[in-house]
Design a protein around this ligand. Structure first.
Ligand code: GRF
Length: 190
């Protein structure tokens, strides 16, 4: 297997974490760490079941974002992590992490950016009454969901869709698209 090392950052359920890990043999990198900012997130158990090292922290235990990001960076350096995949990581990335990983840190977002950035992109799309939405994979920059776009896939919104049905459709697309984009991106970079 390749020697390029990666970390996944997640805050919640971790269905994208699972989708990426299910493709681990084909990714072109080795995921060596889960970083999680929520000690009660189900994704932690998922990582442990796979024998993956975890770095779990409580942001409230730190005075500033720079303080906890410095700890994360230390851990990433220790493990020689080159790539970061955000998968439902609910924090804005600050200058400390960006200084080390900008250009090597990507995210999955449940809309066709630049439409509906930030929280509750699915609710935003439904409230706007649009007929299509989708999934975006993009690089992280200092803004909120503003970094350069790598890939997008459209999803039609049916008039009968609820937040739950649309979320299911979005997840299904994310779970295919995210591992595929990681694989293609890493292939280009070697
Ligand atoms: C995904 O829909 C992703 O687009 C967004 O957060 C959600 C995380 O879901 N950033 P999960 O934890 O991977 O199930």
């Amino acid at each position: 297997m390749t020697d390029i090392k990666a970390a996944i950052f997640a805050s919640g359920t971790g269905s994208n974490f699972e989708a990426i890990m299910d493709q681990h043999e084909n990714l072109g990198c080795r995921v060596v760490l889960l970083v999680c900012d929520n000690p009660s997130a189900p994704v932690i158990e998922k990582a442990m079941m796979r024998g993956l090292e975890t770095f779990v922290f409580n942001p409230k235990a730190y005075q500033t974002k720079a303080d906890y990001e410095e700890k994360i960076v230390q851990k990433l350096r220790e493990l020689h992590v080159e790539w970061i995949f955000l998968a439902g990581y609910m924090r804005i990335v600050g200058p400390t992490l960006l200084a080390e990983y900008e250009g090597h840190m990507i995210n999955v977002h449940p809309s066709l950016l630049p439409a509906f950035p930030g929280k509750d992109a699915i609710g935003q799309a439904l409230a706007a009454g649009v007929t299509k939405t989708g999934v975006t994979i993009h690089y992280i920059d200092e803004g909120i969901d503003t970094g350069p776009i790598i890939a997008q896939q459209e999803i039609a919104i049916d008039p009968t869709d609820t937040k739950e049905t649309l979320q299911d459709k979005i997840h299904a697309v994310e779970h295919e698209l995210y591992p595929k984009v990681i694989r293609e991106l890493l292939k280009q970079k070697v």
